[in-house]
Write a protein that binds this ligand. Sequence first.
Ligand SMILES: [Zn+2]
Ligand SMILES: [Zn+2]
Length: 228
Amino acid sequence: MAEHLYTIAINEHFGKKCGCPVCSLYSMLEKNEIDTITGAAMMEPSVRIETNRQGFCYDHFCQMITNGKRLPVALILQSHLEEIRAHVNSAKPDASEKYLSNLEHSCYVCNRIAEKMESVYSNIVYLWKTDEKFRKLFSEQPRICLPHYRALLAASKELGRKDRLAFCESLGKVTEASLDVLEGDIDWFCRKFDYRYAKEDWKNSKDAIERTVQALTSKLPAKANEDV
Ligand SMILES: [Zn+2]
Ligand SMILES: [Zn+2]
């Protein structure tokens, strides 16, 4: 491992013990990228070449817009549109289709964060291996969502066999326990629609759908417009 980046941030976000700590680290990186792209980096020619080439996903377009700086977004769109226009040519359907297909699956912000998240995963594993206090903190997490559970399983390949088994056991305890809780809450939510349980308390199940989607996708959906 070349550099031990993000170790302070990792300790800080795991120290919160509130939700998935890796989601929390992701949100921090995402906010930094959105602030930078609509701020200081906006006029950087090298950055503009990349934003023109890679574009943005819907979520990150929305975050840039709601970040409150509309002129930087318009300037980014202006040169992005110019580049897109040069590639959209009905006389060259195959080339246009290939270009747009690549663009649809590409986002400058997602790509930047993905690169940094590789360091985050790697350094979580590094901290777990070298820092006894962090190892304890890791085992005390309330949950780790499924996409980040998967990413940490992959990152743990850099450990030796014995360490990897211990790391995966600790990680598994956190994720499996939170999945068991969700399963119970979803089960109770479904039961509440059975007349035999209608008068029972909702317990902790009212937002079980939203919390389950968050655990499966890392993203908390807006609550459905239904009186439950
Ligand atoms: Zn997560
Ligand atoms: Zn994106």
